[in-house]
Design a protein around this ligand. Sequence first.
Ligand code: FES
Length: 103
Amino acid sequence: MTRLAVCKENDVRSGRGLRVTLNGEDLVLFRADGKICAVANNCPHQHFAKLHDGLYENGIVTCPMHGWSFDVRTGASTNAGGRLKTFPAESVNGTVYVDLTQE
Ligand code: FES
């Protein structure tokens, strides 16, 4: 596992995503069930909408373009097809680390 520091845990607020770029990868960080979750920012539907602009509630982000929704903990769609790319993330001593080598 190659994890990289991406931000401070306090930067990730409840109820909204935090857009970050890590090694050129466009990501969004969310809080869900007290943990930090990292997902790809591009919606898997048509790959141009950005999920950091989407509605976020109770671990589910909804794409602002056509309303596809995804569980940020698993990447599973809750109302359509496709799967959101997820990355392992953890907070250690107030710093958030993301591993880009796994899905
Ligand atoms: S681009 Fe996200 S639902 Fe269509």
